[in-house]
Design a protein around this ligand. Structure first.
Ligand SMILES: [Fe+2]
Ligand SMILES: [Fe+2]
Length: 219
C-alpha cells in the first residue's frame, strides 16, 4: 500500500473508533458534585504536561531534523496550553500552584507512548491519533463550557488550544505520509494507533465510572 492509501485508511479507522468516544446522546451532563470547569481544567493540566514531556523525549530521541522540529513545535504549544489553562484557573479563583499535576506519576497512555521506539509508531500514536482524540474531547469540553455558561474557557479552547491540537494532528499526517512507506512501518503505525485508541477508551470509561467525567479536555 502506498503511504497515501495507508494514511487514508488509518484516518477512516480512527474516525470510526472515535465515534465511540462521543458521549452517548442519552447521557446528560452530570454537573452535580465535583464535575465543573475548574476540576476538568485540572485534568487538562496533567494532559498538557504529559503531552509536553513525551514530545520533548521524542525530540531528543530522533536524529532527523524535520522530526525534531515537529516535536519542538509541539513541546512549545503544549507548554503554552499548560500556562493558559493555569492562568484561566487563577481567574476562576483557583491556585494552580497548589496542585502538582504529576503528583500521581505519569498515566498509562503516557507510559505506553514512552515505550514506543520508532518514529513512525510515535507519530502515528502521539500525533496522528492522540491529537485526533484531543480534537473530539475538546469539542465535547467546549460544549460543556457553553452549557454551564463559561464563555471565556469555551473560547480559550475553541480559538486558541483546539487549532493547535488540529495542527499537531496534521504534523502527524505529514510525517506519516513520509515514513509509513513499507509493510513493516505501516503495521507498526497501525498497531500503535489502535493501542492509543484502546487506552483512551479505557481511560474515558474509568473516568466516567469513578468521577462521572466524560468530556475532560485532551491535548
Ligand atoms: Fe495541548
Ligand atoms: Fe497537542
Amino acid at each position: 500500500m502506498t503511504s497515501v492509501a495507508f494514511v487514508a485508511a488509518l484516518e477512516a479507522e480512527n474516525q470510526a473508533a472515535l465515534r465511540g468516544l462521543e458521549p452517548d446522546a442519552t447521557l446528560t451532563v452530570e454537573v452535580a458534585g465535583a464535575l465543573n470547569v475548574p476540576n476538568l481544567l485540572k485534568v487538562a493540566l496533567k494532559n498538557e504536561i504529559e503531552a509536553t514531556e513525551i514530545a520533548a523525549r521524542w525530540l531528543v530521541a530522533t536524529d532527523e531534523a524535520r522530526v525534531k522540529l515537529a516535536f519542538a513545535r509541539q513541546v512549545g504549544d503544549e507548554a503554552r496550553h499548560f500556562r493558559l489553562i493555569a492562568d484561566r484557573l487563577k481567574e476562576l479563583g483557583f491556585d494552580p500552584e497548589a496542585v502538582d499535576p504529576l503528583a500521581g506519576g505519569f498515566g498509562p497512555l503516557f507510559r505506553y507512548l514512552d515505550s514506543l521506539t520508532t518514529t513512525v509508531e510515535r507519530v502515528a500514536a502521539g500525533q496522528f491519533t492522540r491529537e485526533a482524540i484531543a480534537v473530539v474531547k475538546n469539542r465535547q469540553f467546549i460544549d460543556f463550557c457553553e452549557r454551564v455558561g463559561d464563555k471565556v474557557t469555551a473560547s480559550l479552547y475553541r480559538d486558541v488550544i483546539e487549532p493547535d491540537e488540529r495542527y499537531h494532528h496534521e504534523l502527524g499526517r505529514s510525517l506519516l505520509l513520509r515514513l509509513a512507506t513499507t509493510d513493516e512501518a505501516q503495521a507498526g503505525a497501525a498497531r500503535a494507533a489502535r493501542r492509543t485508541l484502546e487506552l483512551a477508551e479505557e481511560l474515558q470509561r474509568k473516568a466516567l465510572v469513578t468521577a462521572g467525567i466524560h468530556h475532560a479536555p485532551g491535548c
